[in-house]
Ligand binder design. Structure first.
Ligand code: C2E
Ligand code: MG
Ligand code: MG
Ligand code: MG
Length: 285
């Protein structure tokens, strides 16, 4: 005889919760040593300049191929790495690997963007790690962009100081996921910031939602007023691409231009991404 669905679903919920905790436990344990075992790699997503019609930078994105579970998303494992402080060692490797890759490309103008977590900045190791990566790779500081989230800027004076040191040697600082944090706009003034990356949130449903379109315009105007370029991330469809270009957004990143590229496909993919600006004509609503 079948159990009543009420009790059954509670059990299923328990099982699901336990499975999730088990997975987290497994990932947390296995992340220790993943770097040494060669399970981590970087992929690189182009950012295209719609005016110059070329790829101006690539964002390094971390990937983990678990030997049993397969590809694990950084949205799942980066937070675990942050909890266990493994992120400091992993982040150091990401900086080095990203700078080496950029330096190896035959394009002296292409910059590389590296995501840096709050924990890494707070650890105090960011400045020495960046200097070591630049020295080891021979990459010009002007070709490195460090991506931080808004909340990092609010952290404390030391963080802002360290970012200022990086800027003085020519490294640029980008605020990632801009617009969704809780920082007031006043905070941006006088902050060591060179680039804003508008959060993907504003693009979901943007073709049909006038309020999101207004936000996309507002972020661009804010950047213009502050003299900061705005990168739009998450450009996923031809219609969104056309709409953003109509609005005057210049720096674009997303699947519609290019998926993140494996290192061995990078040189060719960087050229193809700009070509995607000339995709099939789309009529904007
Ligand atoms: P993020 O820095 O905001 O990176 C953008 C994310 O959006 C990437 O996900 C990228 O693959 C995805 N994306 C790009 N274009 C599109 C699109 O058109 N549509 C949609 N739906 N998504 C798009 P990914 O690679 O899974 O990374 C997720 C997050 O993990 C990153 O968000 C970043 O916060 C973190 N992360 C990735 N690599 C690193 C790293 O090396 N260090 C640290 N600390 N965090 C990292
Ligand atoms: Mg990023
Ligand atoms: Mg982002
Ligand atoms: Mg994000």
């Amino acid at each position: 005889s079948a159990r009543r669905s009420g009790a059954g679903s509670v059990h299923r919920y328990d099982d699901a919760l336990r499975a999730e905790q088990d997975r987290r436990g497994v990932l947390r344990a296995d992340l220790d040593g993943a770097l040494e075992r060669g399970e981590l790699r970087l992929v690189f997503q182009p950012v295209v300049d719609a005016v110059l019609q070329r790829t101006v930078s690539i964002e390094a994105l971390l990937r983990w191929r678990h030997p049993v579970l397969g590809e694990v998303s950084p949205m799942e494992f980066v937070p675990l790495a942050e909890e266990s402080a493994l992120i400091v060692g992993i982040g150091r490797w990401v900086l080095l690997e990203a700078c080496r890759t950029a330096a190896s490309l035959d394009d002296a103008e292409l910059a590389v963007a590296v995501n840096v977590s709050a924990h890494q900045v707070r650890s105090g190791d960011l400045v020495p790690d960046v200097l070591a990566a630049l020295e080891d790779s021979g990459l010009s500081p002007a070709r490195l962009l460090v991506e931080i989230t808004e909340s990092v800027l609010l952290d404390d004076a030391h963080v802002v100081e360290d970012l200022g040191v990086l800027r003085r040697i020519g490294v640029r600082i980008a605020v990632d996921d801009f617009g969704t944090g809780w920082s007031s706009l006043a905070y941006l003034v006088g902050m060591p910031v060179d680039v804003l990356k508008m959060d993907q949130y504003f693009l979901s449903g943007v073709e049909h939602d006038p309020s999101r379109r207004a936000m996309c315009r507002a972020v661009l105007q804010l950047g213009t007023s502050l003299g900061l370029p705005v990168i739009v991330e998450g450009v996923t469809t031809p219609a969104t691409l056309a709409l953003l270009r109509d609005m005057g957004h210049r720096y674009l990143q997303g699947f519609q231009l290019s998926r993140p590229l494996e290192a061995d496909a990078l040189a060719a993919g960087v050229r193809l991404a700009a070509g995607a600006l000339h995709g099939p004509e789309v009529v904007t609503p």
